[in-house]
Ligand binder design. Structure first.
Ligand SMILES: *[C@@H]1O[C@H](CO)[C@@H](O)[C@H](O)[C@H]1NC(C)=O
Ligand SMILES: *[C@@H]1O[C@H](CO)[C@@H](O)[C@H](O)[C@H]1NC(C)=O
Ligand SMILES: *[C@@H]1O[C@H](CO)[C@@H](O)[C@H](O)[C@H]1NC(C)=O
Ligand SMILES: *[C@@H]1O[C@H](CO)[C@@H](O)[C@H](O)[C@H]1NC(C)=O
Ligand SMILES: *[C@@H]1O[C@H](CO)[C@@H](O)[C@H](O)[C@H]1NC(C)=O
Ligand SMILES: *[C@@H]1O[C@H](CO)[C@@H](O)[C@H](O)[C@H]1NC(C)=O
Ligand SMILES: *[C@@H]1O[C@H](CO)[C@@H](O)[C@H](O)[C@H]1NC(C)=O
Length: 459
């Protein structure tokens, strides 16, 4: 039971870490906006940035950070007209939470005058308010810095008035684009591709993405490595079409990380199988009930997948050849599902790969499922005990962990080969359960009675 608790803590920690990005933004904004930046001492030499604040990088005095949290759009533009420092490491604008509701933030031509910034963040967050302010960025707002921006974030805005993203035209150095907690993101479809340097696209907590087609990111974006689209209320078709457009654009060989957690998926997107170079796949917190054949297909044996997270779905079964590839270093997360069987033909090869690396890095984590633990577990607990250390959090409905099970309890279980040759009728499988699964059920019924008997005797 002790181990079980450790896994639960690890899972919770993981969930907390995954939620951090949103909390981070709020925390960061609280720190920035709670200080009275209006008369904060400006330590950027002679520059006078008020009502914005400016900080010089402690380690690189050529680099400055400018935060404008209590300034109007016009005041910000004036700051950059009179300041002289040409290059910012980061520029952050936060909507002023004292502005009246429904204020429209119209970012004008040459917002930064002739200044350049590596990072630009515009936050519409208004503390304690239930509405998102509207943003409308002029297509020439950032022309002074379009070649320099590597990170751009727009968060907590209503983008109804942002009818296109032409202000991003020519952002040829853009490596990371983050759009989070925005409403009315329909204009995203007009993203002015190409972004030849784009490596990461993070779009999360944007509710209406499914109403617009995904922009045509083609071969010219062949550096894209990370596609993160969690918590956007996306359905099966939208995710599938989005992935299909990336496959059509030739990006399935460059993308190594996909996160489609927290959407409304009921099936594994079949397009995932085309992404043969994945090192991380997060499909946590959806409503998938079955993992079909060839869901994941990593063609190169030397691609080492780090994370395959399918936690928090309603998975009741996995086809035997659902996962193809080298999973020797993969953390496979199947927590909080409804698996009743831990099947040899799904997991054995993967577990053998994992134990072939010592100390093992990979593992299959299966806490909070509904394992019945009959004779179907004999293959693991009795016959392949060396694989047990990489199976984490397995708990049977009797509340006994896989590790605690006495291999002796399985002495009465048939060898699977015997049963295989006895049961030849696979006509009842009708796609929902594999023939092997049906056989295991039979095994399990025989074994369960026996194990229950053994456990009763031990008490
Ligand atoms: C705001 O003030 C607090 C406490 O004085 C300080 O720790 C924090 O670094 C300040 N934040 C900024 C962005 O200056
Ligand atoms: C912030 O600065 C303004 C202007 O200098 C001052 O009137 C106000 O009292 C300050 N607020 C706080 C909380 O320090
Ligand atoms: C920046 O730092 C260098 C040495 O680290 C120093 O010589 C120089 O005077 C500093 N410049 C400013 C503007 O602080
Ligand atoms: C995407 O863009 C490429 C290159 O501009 C073009 O060849 C292709 O037809 C476009 N695809 C779609 C679906 O518009
Ligand atoms: C996913 O997209 C592909 C290609 O567009 C299509 O052939 C397939 O039927 C789609 N599957 C689902 C479940 O929408
Ligand atoms: C799988 O990956 C591991 C770790 O990189 C490697 O040692 C092993 O040789 C690979 N297996 C195969 C069959 O290529
Ligand atoms: C059982 O499955 C095998 C291979 O999948 C097939 O060839 C055979 O016809 C099936 N038997 C029945 C009775 O459906």
């Amino acid at each position: 039971m002790g181990n079980y608790h450790i896994y639960m803590v690890a899972i919770l920690a993981f969930i907390i870490v995954r939620q951090m990005s949103a909390a981070d933004v709020s925390a960061e904004m609280d720190t920035i906006s709670d200080n009275n930046t209006t008369d904060a001492e400006d330590d950027c030499n002679d520059e006078y940035y008020s009502p914005c604040s400016c900080r010089r990088d402690r380690y690189n005095n050529q680099s400055i950070f400018v935060v404008c949290s209590k300034a109007s759009v016009t005041q910000v533009r004036d700051v950059f007209r009179r300041s002289t420092h040409p290059q910012m490491y980061s520029f952050s604008f936060l909507a002023n939470h004292n502005d009246p509701p429904m204020t429209i933030y119209s970012v004008p031509v040459d917002f930064l005058a002739d200044k350049r910034a590596t990072r630009i963040s515009l936050y519409g967050y208004s503390k304690g308010s239930s509405w998102l302010p509207k943003l409308a960025i002029d297509s020439l707002a950032f022309r002074s810095t379009k070649a320099n921006v590597r990170f751009l974030e727009l968060s907590y805005w209503d983008l109804l008035l942002q009818t296109d993203f032409s202000f991003l035209q020519g952002f040829h150095g853009l490596e990371q684009l983050t759009l989070s907690f925005n409403d009315n993101l329909a204009a995203f479809q007009y993203l002015p591709v190409p972004f030849p340097a784009l490596r990461s696209l993070y779009i999360h907590h944007c509710s209406d993405l499914k109403q617009a087609p995904f922009p045509n990111l083609t071969l010219s974006n062949s550096n894209l490595e990370e596609l993160s689209m969690p918590y956007n209320d996306l359905d099966d078709q939208t995710v599938n079409e989005t992935l299909a457009s990336l496959v059509a654009g030739g990006l399935s060989n460059s993308i190594s990380s996909i996160d489609v957690s927290g959407n409304r998926l009921t099936t594994m997107p079949n397009q995932i199988a085309f992404f043969s170079h994945l090192t991380s796949l997060f499909v946590t917190d959806n409503s998938i009930s079955w993992i079909p054949s060839s869901s994941i297909s990593l063609t190169s044996p030397h691609i080492n997948m780090n994370f395959l997270h399918l936690n928090g779905n309603n998975i009741i079964g996995i086809d035997s050849d659902a996962f193809k590839g080298n999973f020797s270093t993969t953390q496979v997360g199947l927590n909080f599902n409804r698996l009743t069987l831990f099947e040899e033909n799904v997991f054995k090869d993967m577990l053998e790969q994992m134990v072939s690396i010592q100390p093992a890095i990979g593992s299959v984590i299966v806490s909070s499922n509904a394992f019945v633990c009959g004779c179907d577990l004999a293959w693991l607990i009795r016959d392949h005990r060396h694989l047990l250390p990489v199976v984490k959090g397995g708990v049977c409905s009797s509340r006994m962990s896989f590790e605690e099970f006495d291999p002796e309890s399985f002495v009465g279980c048939y060898e699977q080969t015997t049963v295989d040759s006895l049961t030849t009728d696979n006509s009842s499988s009708n796609g929902a359960f594999s023939a092997a699964t049906a056989k295991l059920y039979i095994l399990q019924l025989i074994g369960l009675t026996f194990i229950t008997f053994v456990q009763t005797m031990q008490l």
